[in-house]
Design a protein around this ligand. Structure first.
Ligand SMILES: [Zn+2]
Ligand SMILES: [Zn+2]
Length: 253
């Protein structure tokens, strides 16, 4: 079965319908989920959701968009949430220079502080990177003991290889399936033992649901596309990507 390594299950349209959403996911071959927080409150909600389902895990972190709104003690709050066994990563953290909703300087400070936390508690990170390759890399290189995943990868092959070289995994979302995407060319060159799949739902629905609200079950379409690209069966992709998730996030196998 597949693992959706990045979903935001706390959005009302998903949360209020969660048992139906999970049933549909199971029918599509997706039965493990990482519910990713974007600020303290959302991270707490992720943990609450994870605590009600055996195969939902959670992460806690401050998204670059939310970096401008952090309280003085945000790091302590994230640290406390991460004490739970169900909390398997620090994230999502990172830099987003495409929208620059928080000042780049603030984004960088909050990213670095959370990388420091990940190093301290020895948990992997889930990072977001939009139009910020150089600066993201700079931060990652300053924390050589930390590993994690480049979520919703959208950069070029060179940067993908650089992330792999320093121990990170690459995660593909629905944009892998979009017409005219450069990502299949990137994915083709990456080893299957370092790739993850995700939905980033409720955003980024893959083809054939592009433009509609996304759900965790649609990890299936990302995995099918990856199978196509690598010319292997869906089973191979399922086994590999789920093994990778188990290894990176130290999940029970
Ligand atoms: Zn993101
Ligand atoms: Zn996300």
């Amino acid at each position: 079965m597949l693992t959706d390594t990045h979903c935001h299950l706390y959005y009302d349209e998903i949360k209020k319908d969660l048992s139906r959403v999970l049933d549909d996911a199971e029918k599509l071959g997706v039965d493990r989920f990482i519910c990713v927080g974007t600020n303290v409150q959302k991270s707490r909600e992720c943990l609450e959701i994870a605590n009600t389902h055996k195969k939902i895990y959670a992460s806690a972190g401050i998204h670059p968009h939310d970096a401008k709104d952090t309280s003085k003690d945000y790091l302590d709050q994230i640290f406390n949430l991460l004490k739970s066994d169900k909390m398997i990563a620090v994230g999502e953290i990172g830099l987003d220079y495409y929208r620059n909703i928080s000042e780049p300087e603030i984004q960088n400070r909050v990213f670095r502080e959370q990388m420091g936390l990940a190093q301290l508690i020895k948990k992997p990170v889930i990072f977001h990177n939009r139009d910020a390759d150089t600066d993201v890399l700079k931060v990652l290189l300053d924390f050589p003991d930390v590993i994690g995943v480049a979520h919703c990868f959208s950069s070029n092959l060179e940067i993908a290889k650089t992330f792999l070289d320093i121990g990170y995994y690459i995660s593909f979302a629905g944009n892998l399936t979009f017409k005219n995407s450069h990502l299949p060319e990137v994915a083709k060159e990456l080893p299957l033992d370092r790739i993850l799949v995700e939905t980033d739902c409720p955003y980024l629905s893959p083809v054939p649901y592009r433009g509609k609200p996304n759900e965790p079950g649609r990890t299936r379409f990302v995995a099918e596309k990856l199978a196509d690209i690598h010319n292997v069966s869906l089973d191979v992709i399922t086994i590999k990507t789920s093994e990778n998730a188990t290894t990176l996030f130290n999940l029970p196998s």
